[in-house]
Ligand binder design. Structure first.
Ligand code: SF4
Ligand code: SF4
Length: 561
């Protein structure tokens, strides 16, 4: 350990830290552009200059290691003057187009211009002009004039994505960021460069010019795109998700997420094919009905079959709460052993950084909460066989498009009664006698258990007509903050979707089940008191970083060599 003094305060710090790390660990922020905690040190922006007593010149805090007895000044007149000079140089050629820049409101250069520059420009000459709309790849646009050459994006591609695709050309104030000749920025993690760019040089082609950042609210949740369960924020304006960005969790995804998870998972939420309310097949065709009518019909139809004639298929796309309620319903109310869910493994699609071959967010959790046939029950294959052979006559199927496979679709069409819980129209909903619309990951509270066995919270960012959101303690505190904005959303929300656990609890009630759940948190409390692996857990304890199952084994986030 080393004893160092920063701005008059004495700290005990690890010997192997740099000044910027030691300061940060002790709550002192030293301004910086090129330094990033997950990247190598470049030391090129000079913004983190500090004075160390007995050293003749100012030093950069990002690459100077602490030493015992070191006395550091981060805001004395000499340091402040140096910082102002760096800002003045950076702004000489900067276009200052904040009013039309996507980064405005979350831009380091803008923030530092207020905090650390002299407040006016002495530069009267013509600025150097460079290309302003360069398509670096399918998802990332470069405004070359805004780039301050910090090299964060270059280092990200080299060191994290493991795909060197970006570099600098030219010299002096004509330096430009570019891709290597003939290359595109097309690695599966390319959009992370947008998040770490400290200015508005790199922008998302998907989100570009859609909203100013202060018009949106951010909700801390989990990507449902694969079993990694990357932590992310969903950004919403007027009840529509406009972008998703990674949220730091050192145990899961560090600061990164893949482009697919960022862009594709939100499409189901905003989809035109969303089911707006319960649907029922009648003699006249498929008609929209109310929840009461739909649930009464489901319960009375299910009652007309014998135990062994009914099967239940849940979903690894659903939460622990959804699947726990579903397996209770199957075991306690329907008393069927035909209970399972379909796995979605895509061997070969995984990589060494984050992407998992399990394309669902909650396979581990589904098994842990009991969504499996047990020793003598029927699994997915046996259920499909049973339907084909006629021994299984009725199926309750949740959030999985089994009929996307034409052969399976033909088998499902033999069922006497098919009830499907789904959020978007698909081949399976078209076969169903009754469709009950489910909330997506962005519209409900709950938990996913990732491939490490880490239980993580999802939270609603988009309103449906369902009241789950308003009943949840966490959501209420957010609502208080959002105030009238939420009222507008709730009134504007058109989808009458509900979380699976709530739909199942409603059906169970009509069939003699006693599921006394008001909120997703109630279901989770039931899980924690009945499933060993979850014992001791609560939403409060899970917090923002998640909690490992008792049986969970933590695995390190792999980095490319
Ligand atoms: S584009 Fe952004 S991240 Fe890349 S070098 Fe320029 S300022 Fe840095
Ligand atoms: S790696 Fe998986 S969890 Fe992470 S962002 Fe991609 S799809 Fe989502």
């Amino acid at each position: 350990m080393a004893t160092i003094t920063i701005d008059g305060n004495v700290f005990e710090v690890e010997n192997n830290l740099t000044i910027i790390q030691a300061a940060r660990n002790n709550g002192i922020d030293i301004p910086h552009f090129c330094w990033h905690p997950q990247l190598s040190v470049a030391g090129n922006c000079r913004m983190c200059l500090v004075e160390v007593e007995k050293m003749p010149k100012l030093v950069i805090a990002c690459s100077t290691q602490v030493a015992n007895g070191m006395i550091v000044h981060t805001k004395n007149p000499r340091v402040i003057q140096a910082r102002q000079a760096v800002m003045e140089f950076l702004l000489i050629n900067h276009p200052l187009d904040c009013p039309i820049c996507d980064e405005a409101g979350e831009c380091k250069l803008q923030d530092y211009a207020y905090a650390h520059s002299i407040g006016y420009s002495r530069f009267e000459e013509e600025k150097v002009h460079k290309p302003k709309r360069v398509e670096l790849g399918a998802h990332v646009m470069l405004d070359t004039e805004r780039c301050i050459m910090c090299s964060r994006c270059v280092r990200f591609c080299d060191e994290i994505a493991g795909k060197p695709q970006l570099t600098f050309t030219q010299r002096g104030d004509h330096v430009e960021l570019t891709t290597f000749p003939g290359e595109k920025l097309d690695n599966p993690y390319s959009m992370n460069v947008i998040d770490i760019c400290p200015v508005g040089a790199l922008t998302s082609r998907d989100f570009r010019f859609k909203a100013r950042v202060w018009e949106m609210s951010a909700t801390e949740t989990i990507c449902p795109g694969c079993a990694r369960g990357c932590n992310m924020n969903t950004w919403v304006r007027n009840n529509e998700i406009l972008r998703q960005t990674p949220r730091y969790n050192p145990d899961v995804n560090q600061s990164w997420m893949c482009d697919w998870g960022r862009l594709e998972t939100l499409r189901q939420v905003n989809s035109d094919a969303r089911i707006r309310g319960p649907l029922m097949k009648k003699d006249t065709g498929v008609v929209e009905v109310g929840w009461d009518e739909a649930v009464v019909r489901v319960s009375s139809e299910l009652k007309s079959f014998r135990k062994g004639e009914i099967a239940v298929l849940g979903s690894a796309f659903d939460t622990n709460e959804d699947n726990y309620a579903l397996q209770r319903f199957a075991r306690e109310v329907l008393q069927t052993r035909n209970l399972d869910f379909k796995r979605h493994e895509a061997p070969g699609q995984e990589d060494r950084l984050l992407i998992s071959s399990d394309r669902t967010p909650n396979t581990r959790g589904a098994v842990e909460v009991g969504l499996h046939p047990g020793e003598h029950g029927a699994n997915v294959e046996a259920i499909v066989r049973g339907i084909r052979e006629g021994s299984i006559k009725s199926l309750l199927l949740v959030d999985d498009n089994l009929a996307a496979d034409a052969a399976i679709a033909q088998i499902l069409s033999r069922l006497e009664f098919l009830v499907v819980l789904a959020s978007v129209e698909n081949e399976t909903t078209r076969l169903a006698d009754i469709v009950l619309p489910t909330s997506t990951y962005a519209e409900k509270n709950g938990t996913f258990t990732n491939l490490q066995g880490r239980v993580q919270r999802i939270r609603p960012s988009v309103a449906t007509l369902d009241q789950d959101r308003a009943l949840d303690g966490f959501a209420m505190s957010r609502l208080d903050k959002l105030g009238s904005q939420f009222d507008r959303w709730a009134k504007g929300a058109k989808r009458d979707a509900r979380p699976t656990w709530r739909i199942i609890a409603g059906i169970a009630l009509l069939m003699g089940g006693r599921f006394k759940y008001q909120t997703a948190e109630d279901v989770f409390a039931d899980i924690a008191s009945h499933v060993d692996a979850f014992s001791g857990m609560s939403y409060r304890r899970i917090g923002n970083k998640g909690m490992l199952l008792k049986s969970g084994k933590e695995m390190r986030v792999h980095q490319p060599a």
